[in-house]
Ligand binder design. Structure first.
Ligand code: ARG
Ligand code: GLU
Length: 665
């Protein structure tokens, strides 16, 4: 009993609001946090952050391409986001003659800016708590239709706190977005997958676009007649620099967190889901990397596939380690027990933890089967037809050899680990008929690798059809659930009650809704951290660190010759600043803002709301913050805006872009 209460006490201590810069707050309710923000150094008001009556900082932030964030930096629609957020658009605009990924791109005039078909940005016009309206019987469809004002806006309703609150979001979407500038990948992706999720970091992860509108400043499909959009607000840029401890705020669109899940869900993630997915991806990445090492053409062909697989793979490893280190499972268990004691004589909450546990037990196998299927049978490399003519005589044998391996490995993983009752019937039957998953893998390999020009493989179509049926069957068991991250309909109902109970019971805890790709404010400070015994990670990196990593032999570390020369000669010109007694250019910095995927490209602001950086990553050991935020360890990684300006000027020779930017004095 004594022991338990100590653990409970520790559990509470870690959630005291003052202890952490944890939290992703709703902008329309930021008044509830503004005193805390100001106590930590912020100098603006809640109205400056979010207002529907006048221009506010929210009007300078966009949801970029439905998965990233971008920020306006001029009165003429200029916006900055990450290189990895613009990557698809840049790739689509590239060709053999114009390889903008490799060489970079800088539009010398407005007329040179490149329309990026398929890219859109959304501004949040307003958000509104409509919990009461819905409770009073208004229909969701009608509220959405009304808010859309005859197609002028896009409206959606998102639930917060598992349905305890419902919010209406109204967006204005722009589809004419043009590429203005991007550094070469050797800067924008410097360090590649090796440095991804890692500190110290030196990636110049930014790209620049411009939003175009019609003459009335309204959204319009691409037209040469369109003019640069005039935003209600844009960020001033601060080049005054930063120091450890300085206030920081991040304004952006975090995608997915699950801070309130019970211990059983953490147990599933740490012990079952993450390890299986990591193991499978390790095998997959090993094979791909080996094929890449044998041939530069293979390296290029698999670069973005490898990067895509490796990104979550590394993140999950850090997440599992972080949650173990922080004893999140035990802490959550103690917290739930304490809640249950409180709830014992409250009928509406008495059974909710028990019911949650029962529901997790009920769905675990079904959900795992779904996750496993996505990582194996539905893996991208196994789901297309490979024609010799598409790859040529030289590459086809290498692609084929790699794929034969991948089929065998991934089919074996699926067969050995899928809970029997949820296995794809056709898969099970074929393994039975042929004797082993490898034999079935060989058959599917043959079916999808063709000498002729067929675009379809009947065997693949048949398997896909059965995959679809199996997914339907599993979703039938889980129950359709619209909430991100939640695996069953029943869980959503139970969490609605559980969260309501927690908020009644745990008055000290600062509750914020889980991320769901709606606009949020996170605040904190520039901060290093103790990485390991005896190792402190300082929060700032500098340009000489790029030269230290530079290696023309290694693709990801081969910087442009111009940059090599500038650093070697310390030819920094107006960009040189004094750090630790030497002249340098700052590159990246760490802060303890609570961020997640989707926050890529988010503006990092100082106490005056001026732009000091562009968010693009976290350290891998801190990705646990999607489940539990550890203030001692969790750090986001931002690009220093001064390095962005340096690259625009000295690599892009595009300093004319500064004419339309506004610099804080
Ligand atoms: N880790 C960052 C994010 O989660 C950047 C990913 C892109 N970069 C890469 N090297 N794969 O999305
Ligand atoms: N790179 C991530 C993104 O694309 C941000 C890193 C994170 O998960 O915090 O949104």
């Amino acid at each position: 009993m004594k022991r338990l209460s100590l653990i409970v006490l520790l559990a509470f201590a870690s959630w005291l609001p003052a202890a952490a810069d944890e939290g992703m707050w709703l902008p329309s309710l930021i008044a509830q946090r503004i005193d805390d923000m100001r106590a930590k150094g912020f100098q603006l008001t809640a109205e400056d952050i979010y207002s529907i009556n006048r221009a506010s900082l929210k009007d300078a932030v966009v949801l970029f391409d439905d998965g990233c964030t971008g920020e306006l930096v001029s009165a003429e629609g200029l916006l900055i986001t990450n290189h990895h957020c613009g990557y698809d658009a840049i790739q689509r605009l590239s060709s053999l003659e114009h390889d903008y990924l490799t060489d970079g791109f800088w539009a010398a005039t407005r007329a040179d800016e490149l329309p990026s078909d398929g890219l859109n940005v959304k501004f949040l016009k307003r958000m509104e708590d409509i919990t009461d309206r819905l409770a009073a019987g208004e229909s969701r469809e009608r509220i959405i239709e009304q808010a859309a004002e005859e197609g002028r806006y896009k409206a959606s309703i998102e639930q917060m706190y598992y349905g305890n609150q419902q919010f209406l979001f109204v967006y204005e979407q722009f589809d004419d977005v043009r590429l203005v500038g991007t550094p070469p990948s050797s800067i924008g992706k410097f360090g590649g997958d090796t440095d991804n999720w890692v500190w110290p970091r030196h990636t110049g992860d930014f790209s620049i676009f411009r939003i175009y509108a019609d003459k009335e400043n309204r959204p319009a499909a691409y037209s040469p007649e369109n003019v640069p959009y005039r935003p209600a607000q844009h960020f001033k840029i601060s080049t005054r620099g930063i120091a450890e401890g300085d206030f920081t705020m991040i304004y952006g669109f975090p995608g997915n967190t699950q801070e309130y899940i019970i211990s059983d869900a953490v147990d599933y993630i740490v012990r079952r889901s993450d390890p299986a997915k990591i193991r499978i991806r390790t095998e997959r990445l090993d094979r791909i990397a080996r094929a890449q090492e044998q041939d530069p053409a293979m390296r290029i062909m698999y670069a973005s596939i490898h990067a895509g697989i490796a990104n979550a793979w590394k993140k999950w490893q850090g997440e599992a380690l972080g949650l173990e280190r922080k004893h999140t499972l035990e802490t959550k268990r103690a917290y739930e027990e304490a809640f249950e004691q409180w709830a014992a004589d409250r009928p509406e909450y008495r059974d909710v933890v028990r019911d949650l546990k029962a529901e997790y037990a009920r769905i675990a196998d079904a959900y795992f089967a779904l996750e496993l299927m996505n990582e194996t049978v539905r893996a991208g490399e196994l789901n297309r037809v490979y024609r010799r003519s598409d790859f040529g005589e030289r590459l086809y044998p290498q692609v084929a050899a790699l794929n034969r391996d991948l089929f065998r490995i991934l089919y074996r993983e699926y067969y050995d680990n899928c809970p029997g009752q949820y296995m794809i019937p056709r898969f099970a039957a074929e393994v039975e008929r042929l004797g082993s998953p490898e034999a079935y893998a060989d058959l599917m390999f043959e079916a999808t690798h063709r000498e002729d020009d067929a675009t379809q493989a009947p065997e693949l179509e048949a398997l896909r059809a059965d995959v679809k049926r199996t997914v339907e069957r599993i979703l039938g068991v889980l129950g359709r659930c619209s909430t991100r991250n939640l695996n069953s309909e029943r869980l959503n109902e139970l969490y609605t009650v559980y969260i309501r109970g927690l908020r009644e019971w745990d008055r000290e805890r600062a509750f914020y809704p889980d991320a769901n790709l709606t606009l949020r404010v996170a605040y904190g400070k520039v901060a290093g951290y103790h990485y390991a015994d005896g190792i402190y990670h300082k929060p700032v990196t500098t340009i000489e660190g790029i030269l230290a990593k530079d290696n023309p032999e290694i693709y990801d570390y081969d910087i442009p010759q111009t940059l090599r020369r500038i650093i070697a000669e310390k030819d920094y010109g107006r960009w040189g600043v004094e750090i630790d007694g030497r002249t340098t250019v700052p590159v990246c910095f760490l802060a303890d803002n609570h961020t997640t995927g989707g926050n890529s490209g988010s503006p990092v602001l100082n106490a005056r709301g001026e732009l000091i950086g562009v968010n693009f990553d976290r350290t891998w050991l801190s990705t646990m913050s999607d489940v539990a935020f550890d203030p001692a360890f969790c750090r986001n990684i931002a690009l220093d805006i001064r390095y962005v300006l340096f690259v625009i000027d000295r690599i892009g020779d595009a300093s004319y872009l500064f004419d339309e930017m506004e610099f804080a004095r």
